[in-house]
Design a protein around this ligand. Structure first.
Ligand code: P5A
Length: 442
């Protein structure tokens, strides 16, 4: 990609309406464009990042045996009346009438719709467990949409649903998602802590929020610092192993302000291990048994007996994660952003010195670009007329993790290679390629 041909509408300054660094940077880099309150268009730079996050989320869902489907954004009110949530959900639900005067709605979540699909298809307990997920837009008419795509009205969510025969099996499904979430966030180079949480309008008896630490987060959190040392790498997708994993985490006090009990916090955690800070909720999982299956008459047959299926639901804020990654990786003071290689909009930036009279630098840049692209590295080449230091500043903000700098009189055998945040070094182009490749494995 040539920067001159790209659709990346960069701004010179941060727009004044943005209050937190992710919102500021996303607007300045032209990653998103607000279309109305809490509703955004995703422009190429932002869209690329979101799609890469989506793919990582998808791969980790597939690894635990979840199957992808795609449900519509528009739902009928009938199924919500059956579950009893049509009234309960309140003003956050966008209710619409079609030309036949039928009540429809833009889905804020899909427990009812997926239950309806399940009950029409699965009759025997032998087909259980079933884990289904989709990645789809949601709409919630938030009272105060704010912080750009962090709390907006239309957002992109991965939501999964599990169906089991017994509470014990359902706990196994819950724990599979628990592990898959830890793995997903690790691949995004985020350290997410699972915290016991309130179940709110989704309902149920068991719930964890996955929170990443950030000063600008909306959730106030209270935790035992030792929870950060738990390592989830060696757990297997087996019932007992995953029970142990849950225990490893749940032994440490970790809650948000919705659930804080100061007395319990002080009793369970000694002062030196107490951490009170803020965080961003990037995922939330729920177990609610037959909350939906019973009113919606969703059961399987076992030995002539009708058993209401036990369900859970599991959400990841895919669009919110774009902002969360900026909150975690943007050094606002020095104006340096660095995307994890796995989701960066491009993998390597080629920054050329430009002059009307001397095209040596750009010509060399094009050779470098062709070579890297032939080797499956996504590149962007800055062929604009801006001065070199301006280009460097700009690319520090864009956050592509690797840069190749090509000055006035480029060396024929070596390139100036830089990993954002480190000093540059002169290495062969093959050396740069191998280095980038080694960092791509994730
Ligand atoms: C779980 C999946 C649910 O909706 N039903 C299906 C359950 N959970 S949740 O916690 O309400 O949402 C899941 C995740 O979606 C993100 N999210 C948002 N992102 C941006 N703007 C919003 N207004 C918004 N609301 C929720 C969060 O990451 C949340 O964890």
């Amino acid at each position: 990609m040539f920067l001159s041909k790209s659709f990346i509408p960069l701004l010179k300054n941060y727009p004044s309406e943005a209050k937190i660094k992710s919102h500021k940077l996303m607007l300045r880099l032209g990653m998103i464009k607000q279309s109305s309150a809490g509703i955004y268009s995703w422009l190429p730079l932002g869209f690329k990042v979101m799609k890469k996050i989506e793919q990582i989320v998808r791969e980790e869902q597939n690894k635990i045996g979840a199957q992808e489907i795609l449900m519509p954004t528009i739902q009928s009110s009938e199924i919500w009346k059956e579950s009893g949530r049509y009234e309960d959900y309140g003003e956050e639900m966008l209710r619409i009438k079609d030309r036949q005067n039928r009540e429809i709605l833009y889905g804020p979540t899909n427990e009812e719709l997926v239950t309806d699909i399940f009950r029409n298809s699965i009759k025997s307990y032998k087909s259980l467990p079933q884990l289904l997920y989709h990645i789809q837009w949601k709409f919630r008419d938030e009272l105060r949409p704010r912080f750009g795509i962090m709390r907006c009205r239309e957002f992109f969510m991965k939501d999964a649903y599990s169906f089991d025969l017994s509470d014990d099996d359902a706990e196994f499904s819950y724990n599979k998602f628990f592990l898959s979430y830890l793995k997903t966030f690790k691949r995004l180079e985020l350290s997410a802590i699972p915290m016991t949480a309130e179940t709110g309008p989704i309902g149920g008896s068991l719930s964890h929020e996955f929170i990443i630490l950030a000063e600008t987060g909306e959730s106030k959190i209270y935790t035992d610092k030792r929870i950060f040392d738990v390592n989830h790498d060696n757990y297997k997708l087996e019932k007992e192993s995953l029970k142990k994993l849950r225990l490893e985490y749940d032994q440490f006090y970790a809650v948000t302000d919705e659930k804080i009990d100061n007395k319990e916090f002080n009793n369970k955690v000694d002062k030196k291990n107490q951490l009170e800070t803020k965080g961003i909720e990037v995922g939330h999982i729920f177990y609610f048994g037959d909350k939906y299956s019973k009113p919606m008459n969703t059961a399987v047959d076992k030995d002539g007996k009708k058993i209401f299926v036990k369900m859970g639901s599991y959400g990841i804020g895919v669009s919110r994660l774009v902002g969360a990654l900026i909150e975690a990786n943007f050094d606002e003071k020095n104006e340096v952003m660095k995307w994890p290689v796995s989701v960066s909009p491009f993998e390597c930036a080629i920054i050329c010195f430009a002059s009307k009279n001397d095209t040596t630098s750009i010509e060399m840049g094009i050779k470098v670009k062709n070579f890297l692209e032939q080797n499956n590295i996504e590149t962007v080449l800055d062929d604009s007329d801006e001065n070199f230091s301006g280009k460097l500043k700009k690319f520090n903000l864009i956050g592509i993790p690797f840069q190749i700098l090509i000055g006035k009189n480029p060396d024929k055998n070596k390139v100036e290679f830089k990993e954002v945040g480190n000093d540059s070094k002169m290495i062969s182009l093959e050396g740069a390629l191998n280095f980038i490749k080694s960092k791509k494995i994730n």
